[in-house]
Design a protein around this ligand. Structure first.
Ligand code: NAI
Ligand SMILES: O=C(O)[C@@H](O)C(=O)[C@H](O)[C@@H](O)CO
Length: 324
């Protein structure tokens, strides 16, 4: 694989994820990063957010230095941004029309060997690539927010994606030295794996609040005081293997099979009451209104201080993981 310094990376879409990926590539590789976004305030937006994400006191990482050194290019068109790119990563809107339309445009602007990655949360590469000339090039490289801190990178090839593209993406993050942990998902499924697990838990959490079994705030306390720390140090299978004692997971499943099955049989799934405007917040709409009101009453709207506290805590947890 070409070293990171050989990479000329184009980022399409510099919102929450795009800026975070820009910081990751700039901080941990010597790649050139060209950024394009249709927002008119891209330069100001980058200046206000990127330095905090790059998180380095080294003056070489100031926006001005990165630009004068040619490592950061702020572009005003997709054509300019894709010029001479070895890797194009899109973090545009999470809708199929956008993602399906951007790739044929990019294909025409780059070389046949340029790697093409989508940061999508759940739109399969096989759906995005329908209008592409060469569908074997497209790969989902799904991060967890924020990717400049969160180590997971879900690599999700379509059946058409070439194995070489998967290997390149895996090597890219394995060799970055940032502590990122790429995981290859072998079959496309809605939500891939990370979000599928997250949203399964979210559905049960919403159902428990809707049934007035627990409040939003106490459910968060319950997670932060138990499963959160547990799963930060041992995933579900590793921790239940320990939970089975000497007999491991086999004993665990045998000992608890009745309780586990009883819980599985008792779940009361909830489904969105969506309207043309999206999720309904109508007080009579059921669970959504309860979740939204209780969450807003508990936490208000997210503010920069909350993000700073979150990121600091995440980094401390990840530092502890490295010592394991
Ligand atoms: N926010 C999250 O927690 C995560 C989001 N993702 C995925 O990343 C992608 C981006 O999500 P966010 O960064 O949260 O969205 P965002 O709304 O913060 O950023 C999207 C950016 O795309 C830009 N954009 C819109 N149309 C464009 C165009 N034609 N060309 C170039 N730029 C354009 C917008 O101006 C905006 O800055 C989505 O596919 C999402 O599913 C993946 C993991 C986590
Ligand atoms: O949770 C995350 O950071 C990611 O898995 C996501 O994809 C975001 O939650 C969000 O985009 C869910 O769709």
């Amino acid at each position: 694989m070409a070293t990171h310094s050989d990479q000329r990376i184009t980022l399409v879409g510099l919102g929450a994820i795009g800026i975070s990926f820009a910081a990751l590539h700039l901080r941990f590789t010597s790649a050139t990063v060209s950024v394009f976004d249709t927002r008119p305030d891209l330069e100001e937006h980058l200046a206000s957010v990127l330095p905090g994400y790059v998180d380095s006191s080294d003056p070489a990482f100031s926006i001005a230095k990165l630009r004068s050194a040619g490592r950061l290019r702020i572009c005003s068109s997709l054509e300019e941004a894709c010029d001479n790119a070895t890797l194009v990563q899109e973090q545009g809107p999470e809708n199929l029309d956008f993602k399906r339309s951007i790739w044929p445009k990019v294909e025409k602007l780059v070389s046949p060997t340029t790697h093409l990655w989508s940061s999508t949360s759940g739109i399969a590469a096989s759906l995005q690539s329908q209008a592409m000339e060469d569908r074997s090039r497209l790969l989902v490289v799904h991060p967890f927010n924020p990717p400049h801190i969160m180590p997971l990178i879900e690599i999700v090839p379509a059946p058409e994606t070439s194995p070489a593209e998967v290997q390149f993406a895996r090597d890219y993050f394995d060799q970055m030295g940032s502590g990122h942990r790429p995981v290859v998902i072998h079959k496309e499924c809605p939500g891939f794996v990370g979000n599928r697990l997250a949203f399964t838990l979210l559905r049960e959490a919403c159902s428990l609040v809707d049934q007035e079994i627990i409040s939003v705030k106490d459910l968060d306390v319950l997670m932060e005081a138990s499963l959160g720390p547990r799963w930060a140090v041992q995933g579900p299978f590793k921790s239940y293997n320990m939970g089975g004692g000497a007999g491991g997971i086999n004993a665990f499943l045998k000992n608890l099979s009745g309780t586990i099955q009883n819980v599985w049989d008792s779940t009361v799934p909830v489904n969105f009451t969506t309207t043309a405007e999206g999720v309904s917040t109508d007080p009579d709409a059921g669970w959504e209104a309860k979740i939204i009101k209780q969450t807003q009453d508990a936490y208000g709207s997210p503010n920069p201080t909350q993000f700073t506290i979150r990121d600091k805590a995440l980094k401390q947890v990840l530092e502890i993981q490295k010592q394991m």
